[in-house]
Design a binder for this molecule. Sequence first.
Ligand code: F6R
Length: 366
Amino acid sequence: EKGGYDHFMLKEIYEQPQVIRDTFRGRLLSDQGLIKMAGIEDNLNKFTNAKRIIIVACGTSWHAAQVAEYMIEEFARIPVEVEYASEFRYRNPIINADDVVIAISQSGETADTLAAIKLAKEKGAFVFGVCNVVGSSISRETHAGAYTHAGPEIGVASTKAFTTQITVLALIALRLAKAKGTMSQSDYLRNLIELELIPEKVQEALLENDRILEIAHIYKDAPNCLFLGRGFNFPVALEGALKLKEISYIHAEGYPAAEMKHGPIALIDENMPVIVIAPQQNHYDKVVSNIQEIKARSGKIIALVSKGDEQVKNLADHIIEMPNSTEALTSIIATIPLQLLSYHVAVLRGTNVDQPRNLAKSVTVE
Ligand code: F6R
């Protein structure tokens, strides 16, 4: 049932090209320049008239929400707020009838997310679900929704659910951009075409597995680890850190790269591995200077770079290459090496990768 893999987590990491394709199949019609999702089409006015979108989620799904915030604001110019469901439900939040609430949940059973949805409905908001498990409580409790098509996720650490969530949320952001006329046709089409290429680019990113295993051998005994990224890759850094801590029990923190100098840089010494997501995109030069600051303090740099990058290669202790895409969609690709890194570190440390201590796959109690 693990399909020849040692763990469900590894199987699920390798399933990503397929399940990302399953998730956009029939919805992404790039040759016609169209995105079709029934749950969005049927409620398009609710979204286009929304004064703001509030996204509620927990854990990894909350990280997907953070990527969605950047995508929806950039593409569709609708203000977005991302909330931990557990905070949202208890802080007497302001929710209006012209707000749209999106709830993201792999299991569709997370107690806090479910409670946040009920609260938003009581206040008259339209609630849209992004779930993986068909017929789950959250999919039933929401007014409309769009499923991810990740298939069953058995490993407790979420992998393919996250990348398929970003896929669905990218489709939504692009559909709303088209409806609102907030994106140039060429940018819109480029993103459609690039989204269609994501499965093969994820496949290509998986080819770095051996190199990642070597890096895992070197750092498996590190007590701490930092993950840095900017823009769309800031939530990817958070997700990389969460993955490492939950399955390897190494203390890890994700940060926006520029926040380093506001505190975490004090932690840097020759024993601190720092994983930096540094694709050749908008913030490239700024990330390069962040890398130089870490090097100057003897930190060990593991950099995720665009294929063929030379500048970071000369600075970093290790590089992991990945294909480029649009800035937004590169977040999906950059997730892959971080999943593999935490997987290999955990296996080398002998932890129970598929069922880490103290964790449950569905958190049905608050
Ligand atoms: C992390 C992880 C958890 C879940 C969180 C939300 O790998 O699995 O952080 O993401 O418990 O679960 P769902 O998405 O089912 O609501």
